[in-house]
Design a protein around this ligand. Sequence first.
Ligand SMILES: [Zn+2]
Length: 71
Amino acid sequence: MVLAQRHGKFQGPLCREHGVGMAKAFLSKTLIQGWWGIVSFFMNFYSVAVDVGSLLKARRLPPPSGAAVQP
Ligand SMILES: [Zn+2]
């Protein structure tokens, strides 16, 4: 979590672990909070698409360097 804070903005350079985590957080926030109002409802389809795109991009990031080695 310390490393996650160091990443700062979501748009900054991310490793895969934190990128995926943040993209999922953005996506769940959009899915939970993004449906208010008629205009917001339709605009939210775009937001969901953007968040899913971010998630897919984050999943292609390199694994975290210096993190715990996976077995
Ligand atoms: Zn990271």
